[in-house]
Design a protein around this ligand. Structure first.
Ligand SMILES: [Zn+2]
Ligand SMILES: [Zn+2]
Length: 477
């Protein structure tokens, strides 16, 4: 990544900053007019706007509602006065269309370019509003890119990357220490590589493969080929699949230290530690043998559970599993996130990494209900896309784009598995019921008893087992 060169020194004193706005205007006048709409990157994510940002007299203007909401400010629009007030914590900024005087907490300042209406949208000066609300703003004239850091004290950023049905979690620590937990399925390898490349990572200090299912290790051969990886940890299971062989061959080719996770061991990076909590014992089952680890960022903890289900969760009860943020086990399957485990973790935020319209019925309505009953905030990659959480070790901030469509909620139905928005495949080699945990051959007499609307199809036994189903004792699955 090119080094971003600010055209001026970023001021540390916010109050002085506001008073120096008119000076900053001069530096912006040096910028040549943009040929294309400038790019805006907030905390590592490129923002998209329905009306593209414009450059006016060297100033970048962006749609008001989008930028304020992205920065976490609530807004109040007065159509008669054509004035917007945006409030975040103790700060209120006030701007009026066509007027060059703007206010921060009642103190006036002068804008060189006032807010204006373009394409039916109110555009506001990006730097003014971002800095007034406490963000750092950097401009790279060469690439016409504005980079905004919304929380200047951020030390750790966790990205639950949207890889469809699967997991890929990138953890960025200070001093270029990078951790990747899982890499999505085989089709997602290049997407994960480009996501990491866009984050500007140079190498991966620690790669954790939670368990050898394709939706977790499928993309890791691409990651290992693209980046220097300094250490690999997995759950020690060896399975007979092409995906696993590709992963194992890529680890061998990397030639880095490679070990099985041992509960209790920690990887320490400065003042942060990733601690392995599981697998505590061998369940003879890939999901329950998932590497479970806790990221300790001071007062904020993240718990990553892979595809661990209730059996593995039970092993962890009584251990130090409390965490503010829980990466929900097994894509929100009903066989994970037991009541007892939830009570022990006591999360404030749950992130579910899950593909839209998956055939497993993930996340299960019962799991969502357990989370809601405990008042846990839920972010989902199928609805929110990539979910990013930043922390300074004391507080945290969840950055998730709002769902493009409201989730399907059927208020008249009881909160059980039947209300989940399942979009099952119409056929497959094995069939299960949304109301039980058995899978069958389609010819099995029990399979024939499953109501058509409850049928969940699988292309393989592994797929059925990955979804938390067990073989029927009559037909053997
Ligand atoms: Zn999985
Ligand atoms: Zn799995």
């Amino acid at each position: 990544m090119p080094e971003l060169q600010p055209l001026f020194e970023v001021k540390k004193m916010k109050s002085r900053l506001f008073l120096t706005i008119t000076l900053l205007v001069l530096s912006f006048l040096l910028i040549s007019p943009a040929l294309a709409a400038p790019k805006v990157i907030l905390d590592g994510q490129q923002l998209t706007f329905d009306v593209p940002p414009v450059v006016d007299q060297g100033r970048v203007l962006v749609p008001m509602r989008a930028i304020f909401e992205t920065l976490g400010a609530s807004i109040n629009w007065d159509p008669a006065a054509k004035t917007v007030s945006a409030t975040k914590e103790q700060t209120t900024v006030k701007l009026t269309i066509g007027i060059r005087t703007a206010y921060k907490n009642g103190t006036p300042g002068t804008l060189d370019v006032p807010p204006k209406i373009v394409g039916g949208r109110t555009l506001v000066p990006l730097r003014f509003v971002s800095e007034a609300l406490g963000s750092e703003v950097l401009w790279d004239g060469k690439t016409q890119t504005v980079t905004i850091n919304s929380t200047s004290g951020v030390k750790v950023t966790v990205h639950i990357i949207d890889v469809g049905q699967g997991d890929a979690i990138y953890i960025s620590l200070r001093d270029h220490n990078d951790i990747l937990i899982d890499g999505g399925d085989n089709t997602q390898g290049s997407a994960v590589v480009s996501y990491l490349t866009n984050q500007g990572i140079d190498d991966i200090e620690l790669l954790v493969a939670t368990h050898p299912h394709a939706d977790h290790i499928g993309g890791l051969d691409d990651v290992l080929a693209a980046f220097k990886v300094e250490a690999v940890v997995d759950n020690g299971m060896v399975v007979d699949t092409a995906t696993y062989r590709d992963y194992r061959d890529a680890v061998k080719a990397e030639g880095c230290p490679y070990q099985k996770a041992v509960p209790g061991q920690s990887w320490v990076f400065g003042s942060y530690a990733l601690k392995a909590l599981g697998p505590v014992r061998d369940h003879g089952d890939a999901n329950n043998n998932s590497v479970v680890c806790l990221l300790d960022c001071g007062e904020i903890e993240f718990l990553f559970t892979g595809d661990a289900e209730a059996e593995a969760e039970a092993d962890l009860l009584g251990k130090a599993v409390a965490a503010e943020i829980l990466k929900v086990g097994h894509h929100g399957s009903r066989t994970s996130t037991s009541q007892a485990f939830l009570a022990a973790v006591s999360p404030e935020v749950a992130v579910i990494s899950v593909g839209a319209g998956n055939t497993y019925g993930h996340p299960a309505a019962s799991t969502l209900q357990r989370l809601k009953d405990m008042g846990v905030g839920i972010s989902r990659t199928d609805q929110n896309g990539t979910v990013i959480i930043t922390t300074d070790g004391k507080t945290y901030h969840v950055i998730a784009k709002p769902p493009s469509m409201p989730p399907v909620i059927n208020k008249s139905s009881p909160p059980d598995e039947s209300v989940q928005p399942v979009e099952p495949a119409s056929t497959g080699k094995y069939v299960g019921s949304a109301k039980s945990d058995k899978y069958h051959l389609p010819s099995c007499r029990y399979a024939e008893q499953i109501a058509p609307e409850n049928r969940v199809w699988f292309s393989s036994e592994a797929e059925a087992q990955a979804a938390g189903y067990v073989a029927c004792k009559v037909c053997g699955g």
